[in-house]
Design a protein around this ligand. Structure first.
Ligand SMILES: [Zn+2]
Length: 149
């Protein structure tokens, strides 16, 4: 998970280090770096505070989770582009997802979360994997086009 604030840091669990290959780990780190780069940690707090203030507004119930889901897709895409290996992130997500839901304490902070649908802060893993594999094909195509010229 990415931790914002003055000292930008990232927490990696030992469990994660033990199950992921190097490429997959790189891609997870790239994803979290994108969150830090785009100040997502601070933004998430802001968005959460805002949605608490606006708790009486039904719109905010949709707004906060929707914002989180978009930031996840964005971090996936930017991370995938920066490593050039979006497929490695896809396989990392699948590996992490196969271990079951994350501990409650890390909800909202880790790379994967519980829940589905419009109230979830995380997009469905299948959709993230699908988009990452698509990006992988696009990157492969553009590399192929580059070598032909
Ligand atoms: Zn994320």
């Amino acid at each position: 998970m990415a931790v914002g604030g003055k000292d930008r840091s990232m927490l990696l669990s030992r469990g994660l280090l033990s199950i992921l290959e190097k490429d997959e780990l790189d891609s997870v780190i790239a994803h979290e770096l994108m969150h830090l780069k785009h100040h997502d940690a601070e933004f998430k707090v802001f968005s959460r505070v805002l949605s608490r203030i606006l708790f009486f507004d039904p719109f905010s119930k949709f707004f906060d989770p929707a914002v989180h889901r978009e930031r996840e897709y964005l971090a996936d895409e930017m991370g995938g582009r920066s490593t050039g290996k979006p497929a490695a992130l896809a396989s990392a997500l699948l590996k992490i997802a196969s271990r079951g839901a994350p501990a409650k304490a890390s909800w909202g902070l880790s790379i994967l979360g519980r829940g589905r649908g419009i109230f979830s802060r995380y997009p469905p893993v299948q959709e993230r994997v699908h988009r990452l594999l698509l990006l992988s094909e696009i990157l492969a195509d553009s590399r192929g086009a580059g070598t032909k010229n």
